[in-house]
Design a protein around this ligand. Structure first.
Ligand code: PLP
Length: 449
């Protein structure tokens, strides 16, 4: 008989801080994981009791260059010594313009020039992108996807189709949002077999055949907002044809295609923008998270002729903070200078390792392993019927903490592997060993082994 490991309890300093936090911080923000950060370096972090962890979470795919990369820190210090804030909505400053120039150079709009609006977060970037689409098209409606996560502000929240808890108690939502199925042959929302769905996905057809015929005239739709790889919803990599069909629909009906690259963008998947994997050019991009290595920054990047709103139509006090812009410039240099290639290499290594583990781990055997670059998901299931292994997934997260690994869940039963883009092979291997140990323990606890 296997001895069950004791439930993980962090050290005394961690426990002390956790009880202070629980007493004073908003109850909506109770962290899921009892890890109390003391410091970080590269792809490793330490808690306040001195315990070391491999970081496969990167603060939800944010610390793209690792924790406190010296070049990013230096850029922050240099800028902080000059000035911290001046408000780009009223005054000019160079670091913001330099960042915007840089972002337009990497924007995936073919030869079309671009413009940039800088803000503070992913939700704000999404809000800005949708406002821009509405302003430009003079239309009211937006199409979003089941499984989507776009943020917590009322506009972004209205677009979410991921988990009921995020929306419960906050109705009414911004009107004019229509949710449609997202391509996922592993769990086809039209109830079809995996192979049938793979061969001919019906999700984009649904927009034209059902939505446009029965509910919403296409000329009232301002935008389709798409996560090119669904993040919070479960790390789903869609079929290229699905994304291409969305582009075709947008082009045919004059609808803006917004690519929400908040989680998947800025090199994480091995290309600057995840939508590039599908050979598709969007009209508007929302970016944040990894763009500034952890400093708060968001960006709306759009084709120049689309971002034509007049002065005062949209603005921000803190957006494009000069220190965040300096951090972003250093981040983009590092990602371009080799981290993006590294993401491809280490991501493939993780995918291969997970596929190898399928032979020894019942919860992975019939599961779904998918990803691009360092955006890799492993969906755990209990059996060949794909019964969601939610409690087991939660147990893996808990055992991982005990074993010195930070790893995050997403969807209902998926684990995400989204470490810093410069993680080295030795640290990946060490993290995978800790992951497999945690998986084994969790499978024991749930009677699968
Ligand atoms: C795809 C996507 N869009 C938007 C957001 C919201 O970003 P933020 O939490 O910075 O507002 C997130 C956050 O997880 C995200 O993954």
């Amino acid at each position: 008989m296997t001895v069950q490991p004791a439930a993980y309890r962090p050290g005394p300093h961690s426990q002390n801080l956790i009880s202070r936090d629980d007493d004073i911080m908003s109850g909506s923000m109770v962290p899921r994981y009892p890890f109390v950060m003391a410091r970080g370096e590269g792809s490793r972090v330490w808690d306040v009791d001195g315990k070391e962890y491999v970081d496969f979470a990167a603060g939800i795919a944010v610390t793209s260059t690792g924790h406190s990369h010296p070049k990013v820190v230096q850029a922050i210090v240099d800028q902080a010594q000059k000035f911290l804030h001046i408000a780009g909505t009223d005054y000019y400053y160079e670091v913001q313009v330099r960042l915007a120039e840089r972002l337009t150079q990497i924007a995936p709009f073919g030869d079309d020039p671009a413009r940039v609006f800088l803000c503070n977060s992913g939700a704000e970037a999404v809000e800005g992108a949708v406002k821009l689409a509405k302003w430009h098209t003079k239309r009211q409606n937006v199409i979003a996807f089941f499984g989507a996560f776009h943020g917590r502000t009322m506009g972004a929240l209205s677009l979410n189709g991921s988990k009921t808890i995020q929306k419960q108690g906050f109705a009414p939502f911004v009107p004019g949002v229509y949710h449609v199925p997202y391509n996922n042959p592993y769990r086809c929302m039209h109830g079809r077999e995996e192979a049938t769905c793979q061969a001919a996905c019906m999700c984009a057809d649904y927009i034209e055949d059902v939505l446009f015929k029965r509910l919403v005239p296409p000329d009232s739709v301002a935008a389709i907002i798409l996560e090119p790889i669904q993040g919070e919803g479960g790390y789903l990599v869609p079929d290229a044809r699905f994304v291409q069909q969305l582009r075709e629909i947008c082009t045919e009906y004059g609808i803006m295609l917004i690519s929400d690259e908040v989680q998947a963008g800025v090199g994480r998947t091995g290309k600057w923008w995840a939508i590039e994997h599908f050979g598709v050019e969007p009209d508007i991009i929302a970016s944040a998270k990894g763009i500034a290595s952890g400093m708060p920054l968001g960006a709306v990047i759009a084709r120049k002729d689309i971002m034509s709103w007049p002065p005062g139509a949209h603005g921000t006090t803190f957006g494009g903070n000069p220190v965040s812009c300096a951090a972003a410039l250093a981040t983009l240099d590092l990602i371009e200078g080799g981290f993006m290639e590294n993401a491809v290499e280490q991501g493939q290594f993780i995918m291969d390792a997970l596929e190898e583990m399928q032979a020894h781990h019942p919860s992975l055997k019939y599961g779904r392993i998918a990803g691009k670059g360092l955006m890799v998901g492993a969906e755990l299931v209990l059996d060949a019927e794909k019964t969601e292994a939610k409690a087991l997934r939660d147990a893996v997260e808990e055992r991982a903490l005990a074993n010195g690994l930070l790893i995050l869940g997403c969807g209902f039963n998926t684990l995400r592997f989204c470490p810093p883009l410069n993680i080295d092979r030795a640290t990946v291997e060490e993290g995978l060993v800790k992951f497999e140990k945690s998986l084994t323990e969790a499978e024991h606890m749930h009677g699968l082994l």
